[in-house]
Design a protein around this ligand. Structure first.
Ligand code: MN
Length: 328
């Protein structure tokens, strides 16, 4: 049984390379897996299942193809796509999961969540989250005209961008005590989440925490087969520059420079690199960019202990990507 986990692709029409990488991931990895878990923020914004945009329709069709092919799909909401609803589930064939979801792997329990609920120090965001996740609010939102929802989404995003630029790093990351509480309270030994955009494996008292990366220069996924969990990254090709009409050097290089996933996966003697800070801020408070004070000199390790790739660190052939393994 092969299970794959992804999060934080932040698909948008502004970043076609990410969308291409996702379609390649579906064809080359997910189509061969038994289950694919999407742990939130698949989309940069999701304003409702009735979104007629080309990207939304293409992704829905792509996921449908995957589920028709026999891969079971699960979707857990992120802070950017919490309006993904029943129609999306019906159209793609996916199962919508609650904010925390336990799966069994042998006699182990693995806890899944997006990650935003673990950032309990970010009181402002948690207040906002409670408001927008309220069923009545969601119902109201869902019944607004598409155009209004687009404006609201843009407004949220602008406000989040402004708010996050001043938040210290520890507020933007998970609260270790909350991680312990969730792991212990739910009897899980492993937690998989995204949201913080700080990929790695962390050892906590109650268990291990595996953090997926956001897709930018690298794509990330977790693969569980039997007793082995791998955190894998692979390079994502750069979008060809938008040709202003001369079309000279790059004739129809659709996905040309992007290596296949399999070629990309390869060894890393060290834990996966921190994602490069992005200028783009975040909608609804995904802590995307590292705050400025931190970037200057001494890199202070995040509170929940430095990445401990733990029991086994595996690596194999190739270059350009990396893989971090441990036994469950
Ligand atoms: Mn998020």
């Amino acid at each position: 049984m092969i299970r794959l986990f992804i999060s934080d692709l932040h698909l948008s029409k502004e970043r076609p390379a990410i969308t291409r990488a996702f379609f390649r991931f579906m064809a080359e990895e997910a189509a061969g897996a038994d289950e694919l878990y999407i742990l939130g923020d698949l989309f940069e914004a999701w304003i409702g299942d009735d979104d007629p945009e080309t990207l939304a329709r293409a992704v829905v069709a792509g996921l449908r193809k995957l589920s028709d092919g026999g891969t079971k799909l699960y979707f857990l909401h992120g802070n950017r796509d919490f309006l993904v609803g029943r129609r999306f589930a019906r159209e793609t064939g996916c199962t919508l999961l609650p904010d925390y979801h336990l799966i069994s792997n042998g006699d182990q329990k693995i806890l899944l969540c997006h990650g935003d609920t673990l950032c309990t120090e970010d009181k402002k965001y948690q207040r906002f989250r409670r408001k927008v996740r309220n069923p009545f609010y969601r119902w109201l939102l869902a019944h607004l005209p598409l155009r209004r929802r687009l404006k609201i989404a843009a407004d949220w995003r602008a406000r989040s961008l402004a708010a996050n630029s001043n938040k210290p790093a520890n507020i933007m990351d998970v609260t270790p005590a909350e991680v312990e509480r969730q792991l212990a309270g739910r009897g899980a030994r492993v937690l998989i989440h995204g949201h913080t955009h700080r990929p790695g494996v962390h050892r906590h008292g109650a268990g291990d925490r595996v953090v997926l990366g956001d897709w930018e220069k690298l794509g990330w996924f977790v693969r569980i087969e039997g007793e082995t969990l791998d955190l894998i990254d692979f390079p994502i090709g750069v979008d060809p520059p938008k040709s202003g009409g001369d079309g000279g050097e790059k004739p129809a290089a659709e996905g040309g420079g992007t290596p296949s996933l399999r070629e990309g996966i390869s060894p890393a003697p060290t834990p996966p690199p921190q994602p490069p800070p992005t200028a783009a801020g975040d909608w609804l408070s995904s802590p995307r960019a590292q705050p400025r004070e931190q970037s200057s000199a001494t890199p202070t390790p995040p509170p929940p202990s430095p990445a401990k790739p733990s029991r086994r660190q595996a690596s194999d052939e190739g270059d350009g990507g990396s893989q971090l393994s441990f036994d469950l």
